[in-house]
Design a protein around this ligand. Structure first.
Ligand SMILES: [Cu+2]
Length: 180
């Protein structure tokens, strides 16, 4: 009996020590190129190098159901961004592209956290916002490599989470991701 038990134990140890699970083969790294994070493609007008993007607010300090930079847009550097913004919330809101001077919006006045480059509504109206039910569009100049935000200009809204991230860089085509 002991012999049988020892025999089984030896077979068991042998089996567990020699069995190596084979890792599934992953996709090969792109050769010579920069890896792109997986994301959802965005419409891109190749002729004018313009990325087309729509943002909607339906419930407070959010864009497309996201807040605090969860939504990240990746665009090829040198492309323009045409954003249509639709306000379906009960409060006034706006949307503007900013070149930030910090890592997230914290100031009640969002222009203290960076430079506003393009917005809807434009000018001082950016800080008052579009009324509920209104919509507008802005288009940026070609974006040089770097990190930008799209924020609401109504005082306190960006610091309360109403902002997304735009990264211009070495990407072949535009896409976006959502997540922490
Ligand atoms: Cu707002």
């Amino acid at each position: 009996m002991l012999v049988v038990i020892v025999g089984i134990l030896v077979i068991y140890l042998f089996a567990t020590q020699t069995y190596q699970p084979v890792a599934p083969a992953g996709p090969a790294a792109p050769e010579g190129g920069q890896a792109q994070p997986a994301g959802t493609p965005l419409p891109f007008d190749e002729e004018t190098k313009t990325v087309i993007f729509t943002l909607i607010t339906t419930n407070g300090f959010e864009y497309n159901g996201t807040s605090y930079g969860e939504l990240k847009v990746y665009v090829p550097e040198g492309s323009k961004l045409r954003v249509t913004y639709i306000n379906q919330d009960k409060l006034p809101h706006s949307a503007g592209l900013m070149k930030p001077n910090k890592d997230k919006p914290t100031s009640p006045q969002v222009n203290k956290d960076g430079e506003v480059l393009a917005a809807t509504p434009s000018g001082q109206e950016f800080y008052f916002g579009l009324n509920p039910g209104e919509q507008g569009t802005f288009e940026t100049d070609p974006l040089s490599k770097g990190t930008y935000w799209i924020v609401c200009g109504v005082p306190g809204h960006a610091a309360s989470g109403q902002w997304i991230v735009v990264n211009a860089g070495n990407y072949d085509t535009p896409f976006y991701t959502v997540g922490k």
